[in-house]
Design a protein around this ligand. Structure first.
Ligand code: FES
Length: 67
C-alpha cells in the first residue's frame, strides 16, 4: 500500500528503512522523499514509525543509522 503518493513510497518501503535503523521522520524523509511534497502522508508515516519504534526498539537500536 502506498503511504506517500507524491513520492511513491510504500508502507513496506518505510518498514524496510525503519528496520535498518531509521527512527526519525527527518531521516525517513531524507532517505525516501516521503512527506516532502504535499505533506498529507506525514501523519500516517509518523504513526507507523512510532508504532515500529515502540514494538521493535532493540532491532532499531542496532540499525546502521540509528540516532
Ligand atoms: S503524499 Fe507524501 S508528500 Fe504528498
Amino acid at each position: 500500500m502506498l503511504l506517500c503518493i507524491c513520492k511513491g513510497v510504500s508502507e513496506s518501503h518505510v518498514k524496510a528503512h525503519v528496520s535498518q535503523g531509521v527512527c526519525t521522520m527527518q531521516k525517513l524523509s531524507c532517505q525516501t522523499g516521503l512527506g516532502t511534497q504535499c505533506g498529507v502522508c506525514r501523519k500516517s508515516a509518523r504513526q507507523l514509525l512510532n508504532q515500529m519504534v515502540a514494538t521493535n526498539p532493540t532491532t532499531i537500536a542496532s540499525g546502521v543509522s540509528a540516532g
